[in-house]
Design a protein around this ligand. Structure first.
Ligand code: FAD
Length: 379
């Protein structure tokens, strides 16, 4: 299924994740520290440049493998995901200067990009975002706010989805969306941390834009046409999230299998009881199916194909397979699963997150219903 080189990327990411270690990850989360050691290792081994064709000669599939490998070691590094989906559109639709300024440093210096689309009032209805970039001579003035933005304050750059025409003023809701990339320390941008527990060191923020001055050099591609670029971002995000779900599912299932072989109750290892064994076997089969679909979707993207259907389906089945693996791991560990020190229940918030984010599975199902099956629109 994977070539030798591809398998090596997956193995290397998992090995780095294992060496850096889940203990380090949880310690950073507890002490609210950035996982710099992990980023340092990714940089040393050139994994930060994986997925950027012009620099490393690799594509989305390889980035998916990095994300999956890290998650297999128990390290769901969401800032790799936000960085990669953001730099994909800059590399595809931005200028040469934007590539040099914002993409190259993510590869060669481990710089990070946060992706800012969610607004509390609009919710899943992205068309209703209100963050607005008003045209002025040589640039724009940006006002508004975004919420739930992963790693925003710790990132070097922000990719911002804003309206350059108000929703009320356009006939087609897709018209008037623009994408901007800015340095995080630009004047007028501020952050407020949210109180979210994922047992991960990456914090979510509300980000405020207060008359932020942007130049034309901050705009990606054409003004008002950002929706064309946005679909690339969102599909890439779905496949990287799928990779994270699958990798974390692999991790908790492996731990459950190891425990089930050793733990003896009623004179037999609990893994021999089919109530547990069949559920573990089913979770394994579903993880493998999700993995195949996700690799297929990533290969299609790398080949320049349309991936809406495949990326959405991969996100759906991977998030469900990850959660299924977590559920059986919980049951296998019995009461011990509830002890935070066993480090099983600590996976729940992040594995469950992928049912809700970056897009809820209801919206994914709506997409499949409408665009794949041709059923009538529900909203
Ligand atoms: C930990 C975390 C990290 C995040 N990181 C980022 C980030 O880095 N950048 C970013 O931009 N965003 C981020 N998000 C935001 C995330 O993408 C949103 O939470 C997600 O898209 C859901 O939007 P919402 O929370 O507004 O839910 P809502 O839109 O309020 O939805 C609530 C419920 O209603 C259902 N629903 C809504 N409309 C329909 C419909 N038409 N049909 C059926 N059901 C419907 C939804 O499926 C959902 O179950 C993050 C969120 C979290 C929790």
């Amino acid at each position: 299924m994977l070539s030798e080189e591809e398998a090596l990327i997956l193995k290397t990411a998992e090995r780095i994740g294992t060496i850096v270690g889940r203990d380090y990850w949880l310690r950073c989360a507890r002490e609210k520290k950035r996982p710099d050691l992990l980023w340092g290792e990714l940089l040393k081994t050139n994994l930060t440049s994986v997925g950027v064709k012009k620099i490393s000669g690799t594509g989305l599939l390889e980035a998916v493998l990095v994300q999956e490998g890290l998650a297999r070691a128990g390290l769901p590094l969401l800032q790799f995901l936000t960085t990669h989906l953001s730099r994909t559109v800059i590399a595809r639709y931005g200028t040469e200067q934007q590539f040099e300024k914002f993409v190259r440093p993510t590869c060669e210096q481990g710089k990070k990009i946060s992706f800012c689309i969610t607004e509390s009032e609009a919710g899943s209805n992205t068309w209703r975002i209100r963050t607005f970039a008003k045209r002025r001579n040589g640039g724009y003035i940006l006002n508004g706010q975004k919420t739930f933005i992963t790693g925003a304050r710790e990132s070097d750059y922000l990719l911002i989805v804003a309206r350059t025409k108000r929703y009320e003023d356009v006939e087609d809701k897709k018209d008037g969306i623009s994408l901007f990339v800015v340095e995080t320390n630009t004047s007028g941008i501020s952050f407020e941390a949210l109180n979210i527990e994922l047992y991960s060191p990456e914090t979510q923020y509300t980000v405020y834009f207060d008359s932020v001055e942007l130049g034309d050099e901050n705009l990606i591609g054409q003004a008002d046409k950002g929706v064309n670029y946005l679909f690339d971002c969102l599909n890439v995000e779905r496949m990287l999230i799928a990779a994270c779900s699958i990798g974390l599912g692999d991790h908790v299932l492996k731990r459950a299998v190891e425990y089930a072989k050793q733990r003896v109750v009623f004179d037999r290892p609990i893994g021999s009881y089919q109530g547990l064994q069949f559920r573990m076997a089913r979770a394994k089969a579903h993880l493998e199916a999700a993995r195949s679909l996700n690799y297929h979707a990533a290969r299609l993207f790398d080949g320049g194909g349309k991936v809406g259907a495949e990326a959405n389906m991969a996100k759906l089945v991977a998030s469900e397979a990850g959660l299924e693996a977590f559920e059986i791991a919980m049951q296998t560990f019995g009461g011990n699963a509830y002890d935070l020190d066993t480090d099983i229940i600590t996976f729940y918030p992040v594995i469950r997150l992928f049912i809700t984010a970056p897009v809820t599975n209801e919206l994914v199902l709506s997409y499949i219903g409408r665009h794949v099956l041709g059923l009538p629109k529900s909203y």
